[in-house]
Design a protein around this ligand. Structure first.
Ligand code: NOJ
Length: 750
């Protein structure tokens, strides 16, 4: 007979209970799914073919975020007759209620889905997504999405067209502002955080909305950074660099996807069955639905991929585009195409099923107005916690690029500060592109933020000096005069808010207008000049980089931007952000990312550069590398240990090291793990980010940190698209930036 100790007995009961709870949880979800499936089935039995096609049709409301269709449509009448499944660009309790009411006049009373580009806040504006990504703070980004969802949901919105999870490595492309930067690993974790933030634990809560992973796929690699352009890349590149954040979104339970304007190796993403059917809906088993991008079904005609609108409709639905945003190609053609046998009813049914499922999941059949609630709208919009969170994340997103002689933080006893530049008083610019309900009057400008922090003894002197785009130097003299009177100068320079975003590609990404000349004029006074740069993309600013005493890169920091920048300037917050994207030295280096190859002819000795892989007029290295960002303190890395120098395919090794705050103030560090496969069947990049941790340490404090290395981290796509880890030696590198590796060792995979 076997005796079990009390401890073991308790443990086994606990185990059984846990299994039971987990199992019954799964059963409940399963039962619920079956129930929705049954409801969808019975509704679909009642639907005519025309009504089914209606569910696949999405129109824009009065506000437009794309080219206006030439077709004359009575939108309300179409809604009333069941010819519309979703509206975008209708928002606010009043409008959404009014329009939902019309949908409920239709024969089957199927509620509409209201969708909108809630990209970085609804009422409260958070930093642009690229800025948020610089925080490397996943919880803070999740909270930002959660607050945006709460505000939007209270105003009648069911669905946001976010997050944009396109990896972007070309700062000419205006939409680089909308994503998480250049890296697949960081981008995947951010995608997960954002999806979970928008959607909450489960769809159906009136505090969360459906997310949409966009733009599937490759859009960030538009040739030459020109928006809406073609994309041409190897499948390996697609799978290894561009698809992971989409896969992470599916794993996080994202409800919808949006396809893209670009072609991928010749086939428009919208008509691309490989992407939408083979990868997304089959291999990844995605159960949500795919919306086209604005007019992208119709745009397959000018691409030369579809002969006419009917042909475009056939190609899009067959390839897996479920909902037609603003092409009006489905509503005008699909029913007829089915009747003629040119489109299989099974594709239409599949698309309708996916869309109806989400409407049921959101609880819209129980109460079509449940999201549009005046009381909640008012209450949520005035929640002070939202601005607090926006300031927190804005602080965390500001990157300290330079700090000569520790000029920052500015001491409290400075008598005269000159604030110079076109963005000192800006408000609208600080919100960046894609804002919704915010009123720019409520934005804290830089000058207001500084005023909020200085003591009564400090005197502020302001001079604009120049406009962002102006070509005149007429106001330089006043700016120079202001600088002369000051002990320290803060300049606020950059782009205007509308120089980045959709359709805002730039061929020249140098800081625009006469701003660098203004900087030089001010610098010539000999006063210390701190430059705050604000923009929606990495800019090129050689002279500022070389001559400024300190540089903060604040992106577009949102509603609380001025306060957040002042927090960093005066030391109320010690900067901790790191670049999520490479800053090139020149446009000629683009596209440039940190994960470069050694090539067959690397420059080993700067004295011997003939016939080497290099430029004759520029270093290969960037101006500022991926992962780079300074702090007001310093960190020491030491005591690297690897608990085993070799592992097999199923094994793991633990890499540990000690991080110490070696400076005088508390600070946060983002420690980064990079891996290099030294010899493989496919040449591998010199570094790939495979882990990071962000933590705060007090002065003198030190902590042991660990990364677990498994073969998954060592894997890559071979030429046949197999995800494999090949035996051999790997370099493991730990550091403070991709170009600041502090510790390294080797691991062998057997
Ligand atoms: C086009 C953009 O590419 C997409 O991201 C956006 O969601 C839609 N327009 C709707 O505004």
């Amino acid at each position: 007979m076997k005796f079990i100790s009390t401890k073991m007995f308790k443990r086994s009961c606990l185990y059984r209970a846990t299994v039971l709870i987990a199992f019954s949880g799964t059963l409940t979800t399963y039962a619920q799914d079956r129930k929705i499936d049954r409801r969808v089935d019975s509704l679909m039995k009642l639907m005519t073919l025309e009504e089914k096609v209606g569910q696949l049709n999405q129109y824009s409301g009065r506000e437009v975020t794309g080219p206006v269709s030439e077709k004359k449509t009575d939108v309300l009448q179409d809604i009333r007759t069941g010819r519309v499944g979703s509206m975008l660009n209708v928002r606010g309790v009043k409008d959404t209620r009014e329009i939902q009411k019309v949908a409920l006049e239709s024969r089957l009373k199927i509620p509409l889905l209201f969708s909108l580009d809630v990209i970085h806040g609804y009422k409260t504006v958070f930093p642009i997504p690229l800025g948020e990504a610089a925080s490397w703070d996943l919880n803070a980004m999740r909270l930002s999405a959660q607050i945006a969802a709460k505000e939007a949901a209270a105003a009648g919105i069911h669905w946001t067209f976010a997050p944009m999870v396109d990896v972007a490595r070309d700062p000419r492309w205006g939409r680089v502002m909308e994503g998480a930067g250049e890296d697949a690993y960081l981008g995947s974790l951010i995608a997960e955080a954002r999806v979970k933030g928008f959607q909450g634990e489960q769809l159906g809560s009136v505090e969360s909305i459906m997310a949409c992973a966009k733009h599937f796929a490759g859009y960030g690699a538009s040739i030459a950074g020109r928006d809406y352009n073609a994309v041409d890349m190897s499948r390996q590149q697609l799978w290894e660099t561009y698809l992971p954040p989409f896969k992470a979104s599916v794993d996080a339970g994202v409800a919808t996807f949006m396809n893209a304007f670009n072609t991928l190796n010749g086939v428009p993403a919208t008509g691309n069955a490989y992407l939408q059917r083979d990868i997304l809906k089959s291999k990844w088993n995605f159960k949500g639905f795919m919306v086209s991008d604005w007019g992208s079904i119709g745009e397959m005609i000018p691409w030369g991929y579809a002969a006419n609108e009917a042909d475009a409709a056939v190609k899009a639905i067959t390839a897996g585009s479920d909902m037609d945003m603003e092409s009006r190609a489905y509503i005008d053609n699909l029913a007829q195409l089915v009747k003629e046998g040119k489109v299989s009813l099974k594709w239409v049914d599949d698309a309708v099923r996916r869309i109806l499922y989400k409407k049921f999941e959101l609880g819209l059949f129980e109460d079509p107005y449940r999201f549009s609630n005046f009381k909640r709208e008012k209450k949520v919009f005035s929640d002070p916690a939202h601005r607090v969170a926006a300031r927190e994340l804005a602080k965390k997103s500001i990157v300290l690029l330079k700090n000569d002689q520790n000029i920052l933080p500015i001491k409290n006893d400075v008598r005269n500060i000159a604030l110079i530049g076109p963005l000192v008083q800006a408000k609208r610019d600080l919100e960046g592109s894609w804002i919704v309900e915010s009123d720019s009057v409520n934005v804290v400008s830089l000058i207001e933020g500084v005023r909020n922090q200085i003591s009564g003894k400090t005197n502020l002197i302001y001079a604009k000096g120049a406009g962002v785009l102006s070509s005149s130097e007429d106001s330089f003299a006043a700016a120079v005069e202001a600088a002369r009177k000051a002990d320290v100068v803060i300049m606020a320079l950059g782009e205007t808010w509308d120089m980045s975003g959709e359709a805002k590609s730039r061929a020249d990404i140098r800081i625009p207008g006469k701003q660098e000349a203004l900087f030089e004029a001010v610098k010539a006074t000999g006063k210390p000049v701190i430059v705050v740069l604000m923009a929606g993309r990495p800019l090129i600013f050689d002279k500022i980089a070389a001559e400024a005493s300190a540089i903060l890169y604040a992106w577009w920091p949102g509603t609380e931007g001025g306060n957040a920048i002042a927090d960093v300037l005066f030391g109320a917050y010690n900067p901790s952000a790191k670049l999520p994207v490479t800053f090139p030295r020149s446009v000629g280096q683009i596209p440039l990312s940190y994960d470069v190859y050694n090539t067959g002819r690397p420059v080993k000795d700067p004295a011997n550069t003939r016939y080497k892989s290099m430029y004759i007029d520029s270093p290969n290295t960037p101006m500022y590398a991926f992962g780079y960002g300074l702090s007001y303190t310093s960190f020491g890395y030491s005591d690297l240990k690897l608990d085993s120098t070799s592992i097999n395919q199923n094994g793991e090794a633990v890499l540990s090291f000690r991080l110490t705050n070696t400076g005088k103030v508390t600070g946060e560090e983002v420690v980064q793990l990079y891996i290099h496969d030294e010899v493989a069947s496919v040449a591998r990049p010199l570094k790939q980010l495979k882990g990071f941790q962000k933590l705060a340490l007090k002065p003198g404090e030190s902590r042991e940190l660990k990364f677990t290395i498994k073969s998954e981290l060592l894997s890559f796509y071979d030429n046949d698209l197999n995800w494999i880890a090949e035996p051999g030696r790997f370099k493991l590198m730990v550091g403070s930036a991709s170009d600041d590796i502090r510790l390294q060792t080797n691991l062998t995979l057997r």
